[in-house]
Design a protein around this ligand. Structure first.
Ligand SMILES: [Zn+2]
Length: 203
């Protein structure tokens, strides 16, 4: 995917900002993390089982630093909870890459470039179920709390998604990929705020 997307250079303002936010998070959830920005219009972010975190510049445009921490904490949660492994297996299947679906890691190295493109798209279209989403939210909440970040930023990030869902059709397509795996952002924001209140971390 790095080969198929415009990766922001090391001195790019987006990279500089992302490094500044995440420099203290080189390892989380048993992963050694590395971060890159894709300069693309889609609003998205994802993390992979090898610890690669990829954040899209359009997401960075609309989120505060704390909100980005919340969203990336959520994506790391999917990896830590092994949701990503399951999604990759299913993405292989949807990309119709023969029996690679059940194969071991390393298979990706032998795919052709066009197969990789298809696979990358299938991976980005991955949908997690409600329980997985809820558990990734919980993971991010604990991540934020343990590092003493504002846990309410996770709620405000979801509220921004909720507002975008309500917005125009054009905005909707821009966020569709991320939204498709994150249904009902408004109620998720409310749930996080409830939890924060109970923990005395929000009024
Ligand atoms: Zn998710």
């Amino acid at each position: 995917m790095d080969a198929n997307n415009p990766v922001a250079a090391a001195n790019d303002p987006y990279t500089v900002r992302l490094n500044k936010i995440f420099s203290k998070h080189k390892s989380e959830g048993g992963l050694t993390l590395n971060y890159k920005v894709y300069k693309v219009k889609d609003v998205n972010a994802f993390a992979c089982a090898d610890g690669s975190v990829r954040v899209f510049s359009s997401l960075m445009d609309i989120m505060s630093d704390d909100e980005l921490l919340g969203i990336i904490g959520h994506e790391i949660g999917h990896v830590a909870n092994k949701d990503t492994r399951d999604a990759i297996r299913s993405a292989y299947k949807r990309a119709a890459i023969s029996d690679a679906a059940s194969s071991q890691s390393g298979v990706v190295n032998s795919l052709s470039e066009s197969e990789l493109g298809t696979f990358a798209n299938a991976l980005l279209d991955s949908k997690y179920n409600r329980k997985q989403e809820s558990e990734a939210d919980d993971y991010s909440y604990e991540f934020m709390k343990s590092h003493k970040y504002k846990v309410t930023a996770l709620a405000s990030a979801f509220q921004k998604f909720a507002d975008m869902e309500k917005a125009s059709g054009a905005e909707r397509t821009k966020t569709e990929k991320m939204m498709s795996s994150h249904p009902d952002s408004g109620s998720r924001a409310a749930k996080i705020l409830d939890k924060a209140k109970k923990d005395g971390l929000s009024k």
